[in-house]
Design a protein around this ligand. Structure first.
Ligand SMILES: [Zn+2]
Length: 107
């Protein structure tokens, strides 16, 4: 059977396999990085406890930060006043960059 324009489009199977392999590597890298952060956090917690900061105090601070981040999830645009989500770098309505007050807002 003849196809117009020299034949059917090439099979995308290799692209799909490559994409799956890339995603697998990214997941593996994220898991490795998460494990490193978990180990680092555990070490920091141990040091803090040795310095007199109790696990309960640390947990209370974690909850305070969580509440602060949740309340800061949406900010009003400095130009038009519409809401800008935490993951947006600029207002989708007017393009004004989102004001970042702390490096932790970028995490
Ligand atoms: Zn705006």
């Amino acid at each position: 059977m003849d196809f117009p324009h020299g034949g059917p489009p090439p099979i995308k199977r290799d692209d799909g396999l490559r994409e799956t392999k890339d995603l697998h590597e990214k997941v593996w890298d994220l898991e490795r990085r998460l494990e490193k952060q978990s180990v680092t956090l555990q070490a920091v917690c141990t040091l803090l406890e040795e310095k007199g900061i109790s696990p309960a105090a640390l947990l209370a601070e974690v909850r305070r930060v969580e509440q602060h981040r949740a309340s800061a999830a949406v900010k009003p645009c400095a130009r038009c006043g519409r809401a800008i989500g935490r993951r947006q770098s600029a207002c989708v309505y007017c393009g004004e960059p989102r004001v970042v007050e702390s490096a932790f807002e970028e995490l």
